[in-house]
Design a protein around this ligand. Structure first.
Ligand code: ADP
Length: 497
């Protein structure tokens, strides 16, 4: 584990960033919380405080919403040509790339993920969102609708920005989740109040400085760090917010929906999952083993789409389980900033306790951990990659989202049986299928009630691919063209000629 102090492993600009309490961004100004309070942000590899961050609450949300409303109603964002707006959104992506090393270091320190993963995954995926949606700004179109006989009416639709958007994001991919939300909202011409997760506000605040450099006008993006029950709840309930976009747990998703009823604001939700990953005997077994391992262990299992239920055709069950367990045991745990680290700590003490209690429940209910099952070390929030066998469908570890590096493995014997088992969950975010029989893969893909189905791959993301959940995994889709619909209203204009 990393023996060096934070100051010794980061570059000068990051050291400076961490050297003083960070403020929040409201109306183009960096300000303290109205209450003057701050939140301690921890390094999950050591449990030590990295920096203090302004703790926003309902008063700060009020100021931020007012700024966003003013920017939306009268400000230049709305009046700017789509081409100019697109260029600014694109420029944000360029600036993220120019500062990729700083972002990676902050993300690794704050969230715990390995620096090299932040560098090759989180940061370039985030910058790509801005480039992709920069391109969309000029391509948000309505239709002409020839409903009448020739010459009687002229009717068409416009797609207009929804207005002021509250965006509430989680801690597992802090910058990337901000990018998923900000990039399409900005391209569509909306103004935003963004609340990062209390555990991981640093890269969002760093991004705030670049937004200003890119030319985003004051008030168009306001960033208010704070706790969910205070700042988050105030944003979700605010009567002058037109839409709330949330990513997080299904439990909090329900609270968001309730809070939104006051002014019936629009709601989109990207929630939890318990995704099945299905390996057929005719798969390329070696790549299925590696794919199944990545599906659960990537980002320490802290992915809403983690392949946490592994179903393996009976004849190859032992081989695949042994392969995944071997991979699990070879994973090098350590501080994210260590070059040799393959898996960092969980994000927080709370998360460590949560994952540990699920592992204990699995053992108490009769599952067998063929590897892992425990905390790793006694400093920081590390948890061993864990593979459970001898599971039953009604066990807690089979039904509930653990959000840690814990996979359950179960055998199956035919396609209809496995489709039913895979769908036996309140969630429907993602699924994986491993087979060389293309027809079988597509047939099963159609039977699975999930927003994304990966065949012979897992965790493949692109700004162009819509992502979101069936059932209790959410409302609406992020990315692709679909998300543009979430940030625009349709206006029908009908003229009698
Ligand atoms: P997790 O369980 O993974 O921490 P949460 O769903 O609790 O995920 O948190 C995701 C985001 O939702 C965070 O930004 C958090 O602060 C926020 N949040 C938590 N509770 C509420 C709430 N009652 N209202 C609005 N936002 C909330």
């Amino acid at each position: 584990m990393c023996a060096l102090a934070v100051e010794e492993v980061v570059q000068e600009s990051v050291r400076r960033f961490l050297s003083k309490p960070r403020k929040m961004l409201i109306d183009g100004h960096w300000v303290d919380a109205a209450s003057g309070k701050t939140i301690a942000v921890y390094n999950p590899a050591t449990g030590e405080v990295l920096v203090q961050v302004a703790e926003g609450d309902s008063e700060d949300i009020e100021r931020a919403v007012r700024a966003a409303r003013r920017a939306f109603e009268s400000g230049p964002w709305h009046r700017m040509t789509p081409s100019e707006r697109g260029r600014i959104v694109w420029r944000i992506g360029e600036l993220i790339d120019e500062h990729a090393q700083e972002f990676s270091e902050l993300e690794s320190l704050d969230n715990g993920k390995p620096l090299k993963i932040a560098r090759i995954a989180d940061i370039p995926l985030a910058s790509d969102q801005f480039r992709y949606y920069g391109g969309w700004a000029t391509k948000i179109l309505g239709n002409t609708i020839p409903f009448s006989g020739a010459g009687e009416f002229h009717a068409y639709t416009l797609r207009e920005p929804v207005g002021v958007i509250g965006q509430i994001i989680p801690w597992n991919f802090p910058l990337l989740m901000a990018a998923w939300k900000l990039a399409p909202a900005l391209a569509a011409g909306c103004c935003v109040v963004l609340k990062p997760a209390e555990q991981t506000p640093l890269t969002c605040l760093y991004l705030g400085e670049l937004l200003q450099q890119a030319g985003v006008p004051d008030g168009v993006v306001n960033i208010v760090p704070g706790f969910g029950e205070t700042a988050g709840a105030a944003l979700a309930a605010h009567p002058d917010v037109d839409k709330v976009a949330f990513t997080g747990s299904t439990e909090v998703g329900r609270l968001i929906v309730q809070a939104a009823t006051g002014n019936l604001k629009k709601v989109s939700l990207e929630l939890g999952g318990k995704s099945p990953n299905i390996v057929f005997a005719d798969a390329d077994v070696e790549s299925a083993i590696d794919g199944a391992s990545d599906a659960i262990f990537f980002n320490h299992g802290q992915c809403c789409c983690a392949g946490s239920r592994l179903y393996i055709e009976k004849s190859i069950f032992d081989k695949v389980v042994e392969g995944v367990a071997e991979n699990a045991q070879e994973i090098q745990l350590g501080a994210g900033m260590d070059a040799s680290t393959q898996m960092g700590p969980l994000v927080s003490q709370e998360q460590l306790e949560r994952v540990s209690s699920y592992a204990e429940a699995g053992l108490a209910e009769g599952a067998e951990a063929i590897c892992g099952g425990r905390r790793f070390g006694d400093r920081g929030y590390f948890f061993e990659p864990t593979v459970f066998i001898n599971t039953k469908p009604d066990m807690k570890v089979m039904r509930e989202e653990i959000f840690g590096p814990v996979v359950t493995a179960a055998p199956f014997s035919d396609l209809d049986e496995i489709a039913a088992q895979a769908n036996d969950t309140p969630y429907g975010l993602a699924a994986g299928i491993w087979t060389k029989d293309v027809a079988k893969g597509h047939r099963l893909a159609q039977k699975l009630r999930a927003g994304t189905v990966w065949i012979n791959c897992y965790n493949v993301f692109d700004a162009s691919l819509p992502f979101g959940g069936y059932k209790q995994s959410g409302w609406g889709r992020e990315m692709g063209h679909e998300v543009i619909e979430l940030y625009t209203e349709t206006k029908t204009v009908c003229l009698k000629l």
